[in-house]
Every structure is written in structure tokens, then in C-alpha cells.
Design a protein around this ligand. Structure first.
Ligand code: SAM
Length: 258
């Protein structure tokens, strides 16, 4: 059986079900309260060029535009979602030469997209677990290195992960999964321990790696990012029902380019 690869993940995000799901969120949901709090805290300068990796249909990018950021580049490797983001920017008068720049690019190979290397970014974001949807720890580290390369020293990086050990139930489930890996009985499509590949009504198929905190701290240290902050979303604020329906609890991370 073939292992999950970036082609699998891209195809899942280009699937109609996922496109409708993320487009609706971009049109109707916008920034979560927690995202807005952390963006305003760690990205205080509205004039700095920002790079949003895995922008999807533009939920966060358009949210940044509405907060007043004016030098925005969003990119995603799922072309259907980039098209949706571009349409939304036109609808919200955020397109054109002075508007948001949306690009089609893979976070693990930004050198293939010359427009991304044309200026050093003053900050980067990879929201709603996008980094964790890259299969394989080495490839996630490559993405962290690539974001590091295109940012200027001192630039903040904001991203989220989904803890695999935050509740007693999850810890028990992952202990069982560890036994499956020990016996070689895990789902053969998975790449590493911590991976999940699941299907949800209304969202489609989703690949996600669930790390523990130590893994992310090691990945940041190995890729030139200095850890500055991390906290669970519920520790930051109480989200409205619509956000809770759209997304599970997550851990926010802020790192800074050394
Ligand atoms: C959960 S979605 C979040 C979309 C959007 N940021 C939001 O919050 O609504 C994760 C996004 O990351 C993108 N993504 C995953 N791996 C990527 C990669 N290697 N390069 C670029 N985009 C990637 C997916 O295509 C998807 O649009």
C-alpha cells in the first residue's frame, strides 16, 4: 500500500469537499479570536511584509488585510484553494498591484517560486495546523528551514499544532497506537508514529501529524528558530461556537528567526 505523500495531501485539499469547506470558512468565519490576539501581539508593525504559508482559501490572509496589514503574500500548494483566495480578494477589494499577492507554491520548495525569494519577509504564519499536514518529519523541518531562509533576522513565525497527549483519553488512545507500531500493525499508509489520516463528513480526507511538545521544540532548534511562546488556544481566549465547530483545540507556537 502506498504511503501518504504530499501528492495525497494536495489532492485531498483540491477535492471539492475540502474546497467548499475552506472557502466557506474564508467567506464566513474569518480570523479566530485567538489568532487575532496573537497576530496583534507578535506582529505589531502593519507595514512589514508578511508571508502566509498554506493560506488555503484566504481565511487568515483576508483577516490580516482587514486588520490593516498591507504587504501580504499568501501561498498554498493546492491550486483550487489559491483560486478561491484570489476570488475572495477581488470581492473584498484586496486584489490588484497594491493588494494581496497569492501564489501557488510548496512550503518545502520555496526556491521554485522566485516571487517568494524577492524580498525578506518580516514575519511568517502557517495557521490551522498546515505545517503538520506535511507528511514526514524531515519534510516539515525542510518547510521550517525554507520559511527561515525567506525571513529576515528577528522575524516571528506563528503556527499551530494539535497535541497528541493533551487529555487522558488521547494519551490512552496513543498508547494503544504505540503498541500497534511496536507490533508493525499500524495503518501502512502512515509515515510516522503520531500520524492520523481520517475522513470527516463535510471536510473530506485529512492527513495530520500530531506531535508532542518536545518534538516541536527540537524541530525549531534544528531549523534556526528560537522558541518564544506556546499555549493552548483555551488558555488564550474563549472562542465563539462557530470557531469551535470549525476547529478542535490546538497549541499556538511563536518562534523567532535567530
Ligand atoms: C487546514 S488547511 C488551512 C487553510 C487556511 N490557512 C485556513 O486556516 O483556513 C492547511 C493548508 O495548508 C496547505 N498545505 C499543506 N501542505 C502544504 C505545503 N507543503 N505547501 C503549501 N501549502 C500546504 C493545504 O493545501 C491547506 O490549504
Amino acid at each position: 500500500m502506498k504511503k501518504i505523500s504530499s501528492d495525497t495531501v494536495r489532492a485531498d485539499f483540491n477535492d471539492l469537499l475540502a474546497v467548499v469547506h475552506y472557502t466557506r470558512a474564508a467567506h464566513e468565519l474569518g480570523l479566530w479570536k485567538s489568532e487575532r490576539i496573537l497576530i496583534e501581539r507578535f506582529f505589531p508593525d502593519l507595514s512589514v511584509p508578511l508571508l502566509e504559508a498554506g493560506c488555503g482559501a484566504g481565511r487568515v490572509t483576508l483577516g490580516l488585510w482587514e486588520l490593516g496589514y498591507r504587504q501580504l503574500t499568501g501561498f498554498d500548494f493546492a491550486e483550487e484553494l489559491v483560486d478561491q483566495a484570489q476570488s475572495l480578494a477581488i470581492e473584498r477589494q484586496a486584489a490588484g498591484p497594491a493588494g494581496i499577492r497569492f501564489l501557488h507554491a510548496d512550503a518545502t520548495a520555496l526556491d521554485k517560486c522566485p516571487q517568494i525569494s524577492d524580498l525578506p519577509f518580516g514575519g511568517a504564519l502557517f495557521m490551522f495546523n498546515g505545517l503538520m499536514q506535511i507528511p514526514g518529519r524531515e519534510r516539515r523541518r525542510t518547510a521550517l528551514c525554507e520559511l527561515h531562509r525567506v525571513c529576515r533576522p528577528g522575524a516571528p513565525l506563528l503556527f499551530t499544532t494539535h497535541d497528541r497527549d493533551s487529555t487522558p483519553t488521547e494519551r490512552a488512545l496513543w498508547r494503544l497506537e504505540a503498541l500497534r507500531w511496536e507490533r508493525g500493525e499500524q495503518d501502512p499508509k502512515l509515515v510516522e508514529f503520531g500520524d492520523r489520516y481520517f475522513e470527516e463528513a463535510g471536510t473530506g480526507r485529512t492527513f495530520m501529524h500530531l506531535p508532542d511538545r518536545a518534538e516541536i521544540l527540537a524541530d525549531l532548534a534544528a531549523t534556526g528558530w528560537s522558541h518564544e511562546f506556546d499555549a493552548m488556544r483555551t488558555e488564550i481566549t474563549k472562542e465563539p461556537r462557530a470557531v469551535l465547530d470549525f476547529s478542535d483545540e490546538c497549541r499556538f507556537w511563536v518562534a523567532r528567526k535567530i
